[in-house]
Write a new protein. Structure first.
Length: 250
C-alpha cells in the first residue's frame, strides 16, 4: 500500500468522517423507505412471530444494505438489531442503523490461531443468540462483509440452531437503480421509484443439526434467498442491466 493510500484509509476511518458517512447513509435509508413505493409479498408469513414473543432472524444479501429499511415497518414492531462487522468499515453502517432504531451487535469470524479475536467472536456470537432467544429480531447479511456474494455463511445458521428461532429470507430490489461494480453488486435506488420485498420462511435449523446438515441447509437457503431476490427484481422490472437491455431491444 502506498503512502497516499494509507493516508486516504486513515482519513476514511477517522471518527468524524465515519460520523458524516453514518449520517449520510441514514438519510439515504430514510429517503428510500419513505419515497419508494414498496410492494411486499408473503407478509402473512411474518405475522405469528411479529405478533408474539418469539424472536427471529432476517437474512438478505449484503448488496441490498442501501434498501434495508424496506423491512423496517414490520420489524420495528419487535426489538430488532443487526449483526455488523466490528471493522472500521462497518462503523458508519452501525451508526446509520442506530439512528434508524436498529442497534448493532458487532461480530465477525476470527482468523485461525488468533485467540483474542476468537474469544471476542464467541462473546458476540453468544450475545446474538441471547438477543434472539429473548424475543428480539436480528438482521443479518449472511454473505458479508467480504463474500463470496450470495453464499450464506454458516454463522447465521448456527445462531438459528442455538436459539431455536425461525429464519426469514428477504429478497429486496428497487428500480430505477444502479448497481456498483463492487463484490456484492451494491444496489442504489433512486427516490420515488418502485420497490419490492419478497419473504420466504419461516425456516428452522434443527438443534441437533450436524456439520453435514448445516452445509446442506447453507446450499438450500442460499438458493432460496437468491430466488426471492430474483423474484423481487422481476417485480420491479429486473436489474438495471436487464432493464437497459429491454429498452435497447424495444
Amino acid at each position: 500500500m502506498t503512502s497516499g493510500a494509507r493516508k486516504k484509509q486513515r482519513l476514511l476511518h477517522a471518527p468524524w468522517v465515519q460520523a458524516v458517512l453514518g449520517w449520510m447513509l441514514w438519510a439515504y435509508l430514510m429517503i428510500a423507505l419513505r419515497t419508494i413505493r414498496w410492494r411486499r409479498e408473503n407478509l402473512d408469513r411474518l405475522e405469528p412471530v411479529l405478533a408474539g414473543e418469539e424472536g427471529g432472524l432476517v437474512l438478505f444479501w449484503h448488496g441490498r444494505i442501501p434498501l434495508c429499511l424496506s423491512i423496517a415497518p414490520q420489524w420495528w414492531r419487535k426489538n430488532t438489531g443487526a449483526l455488523i462487522s466490528p471493522s472500521s468499515d462497518g462503523e458508519f453502517i452501525a451508526q446509520a442503523l442506530a439512528r434508524a432504531r436498529c442497534p448493532s451487535i458487532r461480530v465477525s469470524s476470527a482468523k485461525k490461531g488468533d485467540a483474542t479475536k476468537a474469544r471476542q467472536a464467541l462473546a458476540m456470537f453468544r450475545e446474538a443468540v441471547a438477543w434472539v432467544a429473548n424475543g428480539g429480531g436480528l438482521v443479518v447479511t449472511p454473505d458479508g462483509p467480504r463474500g463470496p456474494s450470495e453464499v450464506i455463511a454458516a454463522g447465521a445458521l448456527q445462531i438459528a440452531r442455538r436459539s431455536g428461532a425461525p429464519v426469514f429470507l428477504a429478497g429486496i430490489a428497487a428500480a430505477p437503480a444502479v448497481q456498483l461494480k463492487t463484490w456484492d453488486a451494491l444496489m442504489l435506488a433512486a427516490p420515488f421509484g418502485r420497490g419490492s420485498v419478497v419473504w420466504e420462511g419461516p425456516l428452522y435449523v434443527p438443534r441437533d443439526a450436524g456439520e453435514a446438515e448445516i452445509e446442506a441447509l447453507v446450499a438450500d437457503w442460499s438458493a432460496r434467498l437468491s430466488a426471492a431476490t430474483r423474484r423481487a427484481e422481476a417485480l420491479v422490472g429486473g436489474t438495471p442491466a436487464q432493464a437497459q437491455a429491454a429498452r435497447a431491444a424495444a
